[in-house]
Every structure is written in C-alpha cells, then in structure tokens.
Ligand binder design. Structure first.
Ligand code: HEM
Length: 457
C-alpha cells in the first residue's frame, strides 16, 4: 500500500524499502528494468524509498514536494551522484554536467550567454535549414529509421550553432560511437563495482573505441579554430577567450570536457524527444493531422521561423507530451554532502538520491490515463496546475538544463518542418521499446514510412 503521510514515529526510521538480495541489494532489479523497478517502488512504498545499490545507500524520491528542496532550496547540500558518474568520467570529465562547486559555477556563467536572448534566436534559421536539407534527401514511400535521422540532424545543428563547425562524414561515425557508449553506460549503471576502463572487457574496448571517435571530432574542431582564430561569437569562442582572475585561459582538458559534454548532451536529448514524438504521432494519425492543420493555418506554404514558435501551441503540446512519456533524462541523481531531511526522513551524508521523471510523469495522481499519448492534455494550462516538479523533463534549480530553451525551440521547429512536408506511418512489424541508458533511447530505432504531403509536393 502506498504511504504518503510520514508520521513523527516514521521519521526516526529509515524510509520503507522493498526486499533486496544480499550484497548486491536492489541492483539486479535495476539491471532487469530500472524504470519499471523505480515505478513499482514508488507506487508500492511511497514518495521516499530506501534502496541498496551494491554498497551504495540510496533513496528514490518520487514526491514532488520532497524534490523541491533537493534541487532548489537546499541544493548546496548535494553534489552530482558518484554512484553513476564515476562510471563515465572518461567521457564527461569535469564538464558542465558533472562538475561541482566553484568550477561548475564559473563554467556555467561562462556558457550561459550562448543559450539566451538574440544569440539563441539566431540558431533558429540553422535548425530549419539543416532539417530542410535532410528532408531533400528523403524518398517518398520509403521506410526509414527516423531516430538515425534525428541523431544526425541534431548533431549537425549542435556543431554548427555551438562550435560553428560543419560535420558531414563524421555524423554516421558519431552516431555509431554514441550507441556504443550508451550501451556500455547502461551495463555499468547496474554494476555493483567500478571496473577500471583499462580492463580489456569487450564492452570496455567498444567504449574506448566510441570515445576515441568523439574525441577525434572535438580535436579536429578545436585544431581548425586554432588555425583560423575567429570571433564568431559562438560558445567555442567564449571558451577560447575566457581568462581566470590570473589571466590564464581554460586548460585543453577542460575545453575538451566541456565540448564533449555539450556535443553529446546537446544533440542526443532533442533527437530523442523528436524520435519518440514521431513514434507516437505515426500511431496517432488524428494528432498528426491536427498538427498538420495548425501548421497549414499558421505557415501556409512558407517554412517556420523563430517568430512562429508562439503561434504553434499544438506543436508545443506534442513536444511536451513526448517528454512526459519518454523523458530523455529519465532519472537524475545527487549525493548528499551532509545529513539532510527528505520528505520527513533523516538521510545520512553520502547517500545517493535518485529522482526519476519517468516515474513522476506517469503518476496517475497528476496525469489522467498516464500511459496514453494525448498531446491535448497540455492545452488548458495543465502545466500551471501541476505541483512543481510533477513534470520535470529539464530538472530544476540552479542545475536546470542549460539547453532547455535551445531544445524546446529546436524540437518545435524540427517537428513542424518535418510535419509540413511528410506524413509518417509506422512500418509494419517494426516496433520498439525504451532502452534506459543515461538517456531513454528507442531500443530498435523508430521505423516509419514517409509520404509526401500534397501541399508541400
Ligand atoms: C529535450 C532536450 C533535453 C532534455 C530533456 C535535457 C535534460 C536535462 C536534465 C534533466 C538536466 C539536469 C540534470 C541534473 O539535474 O542532474 C540537464 C542538464 C544539462 N543539459 Fe540538458 N536536456 C536537453 C537538452 C540539452 C541541450 C540542447 C543542451 C546543450 C546544447 C543541454 C545541455 C545540458 C547541460 C550542459 C546540463 C548540465 C547543466 C548544469 O549542471 O549546469 N541539454 N539536461
């Protein structure tokens, strides 16, 4: 039975916990189906659940009111969770996603201008142009894995907008490399012990190979900029011009960490929002036709621009509904740096704290028919009525996603540009399921059959 009210007597106790295994605790359940396991924990044991992940004491927090202090009011009592990030230091290093304290604060301030105001609006034209170029290469009537398409186009967009770099033949190699990395990360997430990257397990060899591809591309972008220094006002220029109080520039290692972080976080997440949106729209032709009608009414036969974003409310609902059902950041985490109180329980220093948008976004207390794809649920101000953090695709507080406005703009512009020219139907016999890694990927891609729309022919 669900326990929501924590009494004074409970406070002295640890939060409720499902039965686990000796030594490995609840890790085997995570290895099998982490989103499903977290959902069962929350539904059966309540808003704060105690877990043992190998030797790591952990709490799963699924009560929005208990999440607020973790992310906002008492955020200084937490750092990013080592339970997870220790496995992937070789990829993200001390970049913006993983760093803590003064380094994080300085780097966040430095990057912020690239994600705001006119700078951000300026990316809109690149987003639409690169999507149109992708659509020009499509053949009507063919079956395609639209997830591969989305990974490619969002990668090109991230490289162009943030680093003023054109990626062509590398796109396929990076897509393959990201898949290798994500598969290995998923395996590590459920591992009780840290096995050093140097141990030549087959998964580690693939991981190192994937990482090498990403690093080679970053090295190429940096080398080109150093050979042809230009103040193109992009994020790479901000990084290269940055000086600390002693006048020192950013180290090569820090620059590499930031660029890998932004290139990966900055394309895969938005690609997933779009891939899952097309997965559902292909199965909900009525919603797809409603989207097409909105586009026709607002745009007629011209391409979308940033100025249209506010006039495409249904497209925004589709994006929000895709992120509700398939939040790319399906679980986020912290580690306590001192004893804290969470949802009425006293939680020890060094505890891993997991918050799962996957669980919150499918909670029937907040969403009617939570498993159903219904973009229209967002139409009448649902977001304002929800408790804060019942819907949190971008996290919250000081460490809220730096790219949230970038990706909302990108997701809507790409969705509209694609829906204007093509109609999508599911490819018979090809379904998929969510595969949880650092992000929530479609296990077998998203196969669709594409038909050109008459108006855009
Ligand atoms: C729909 C797309 C996206 C989703 C769902 C998403 C989700 C998230 C979430 C949940 C967090 C918070 C993680 C935490 O609190 O532990 C986060 C942080 C972050 N995101 Fe995103 N993200 C998206 C797009 C982007 C884009 C486009 C970029 C960059 C171009 C980006 C870069 C980052 C970075 C650097 C952080 C760390 C920020 C910090 O800690 O200061 N994300 N993202």
């Amino acid at each position: 039975m669900r326990q929501d009210a924590v009494t004074a007597a409970d406070r002295a106790l640890a939060p409720p916990s499902p039965r686990g295994y000796p030594l490995v605790g609840h890790l085997p359940f995570m290895a099998k189906d982490a989103p499903g396991f977290f959902t069962t924990c929350a539904r059966e044991h309540g808003g704060v659940v105690s877990l043992a992940l190998g030797g790591w004491p952990t709490v799963l927090v699924s009560d929005p009111a208990a999440i607020e202090p973790i992310l906002v009011r008492s955020h200084a009592s937490y750092i990013k969770h080592n339970f997870f990030w220790r496995h992937v230091r070789a990829i993200f290093g001390e970049g913006l996603l993983t760093s803590n304290g003064a380094l994080w604060q300085r780097q966040r301030r430095l990057a912020a201008p690239a994600f705001a105001g006119r700078k951000l609006d300026g990316y809109g034209a690149v987003m639409v142009r690169m999507t149109e170029e992708m659509l020009d290469r499509w053949t009507p009537g063919e079956a395609r894995d639209v997830h591969v398409d989305m990974m490619g186009v969002t990668l090109r967009i991230a490289a162009k907008t943030l680093f003023d770099s054109e990626l062509e033949e590398e796109v396929e190699r990076i897509d393959h490399a990201v898949t290798l990395l994500m598969n290995e990360i998923a395996a590590r997430y459920a591992r009780p012990v840290l096995i050093p990257d140097a141990v030549p397990l087959p998964g580690h060899i693939r991981y190192r190979k994937g990482l090498k591809v990403v690093e080679e591309v970053i090295d190429r972008i940096v080398a080109e900029r150093r050979a042809r220094p230009a103040d193109s006002g992009d994020l790479l220029a901000l990084y290269m011009q940055a000086r600390d109080e002693e006048g020192r520039g950013m180290s090569d290692r820090q620059l590499r960490d930031e660029m890998v972080t932004l290139l990966l976080a900055g394309h895969e997440t938005t690609a997933l929002v779009l891939s899952w949106a097309w997965y559902e729209l292909a199965r909900h032709p009525q919603a797809q036709e409603r989207l097409a009608a909105e586009i026709e009414a607002v745009l007629g036969d011209r391409p979308a621009g940033v100025e249209d974003l506010r006039r495409l409310p249904f497209a925004e609902c589709v994006v929000k509904e895709s992120m509700r059902l398939y939040p790319p950041g399906w679980a986020i985490g912290r580690e306590t740096t001192e004893e804290v109180e969470i949802g009425g329980y006293t939680i020890a220093k060094g505890t891993t704290v997991i918050m799962a948008p996957w669980v919150l976004h499918r909670d029937p207390r907040f969403f009617d028919e939570p498993e159903a794809f219904r973009p229209e649920r967002w139409e009448d101000g649902l977001e304002e009525r929800l408790p804060r953090f019942a819907y949190m695709p971008f996290g919250g507080g000081p460490r809220v996603c730096i790219g949230n406005r970038f990706s909302m703009m990108e997701a809507i512009l790409l969705l509209v540009t694609m829906a204007r020219r093509y109609r999508f139907a599911p490819t018979p016999g090809r379904d998929t399921t969510p595969f949880p890694s650092i992000t929530l990927r479609p296990k077998d891609g998203v196969w669709v059959e594409v038909e050109r729309r008459a108006a855009a022919a």
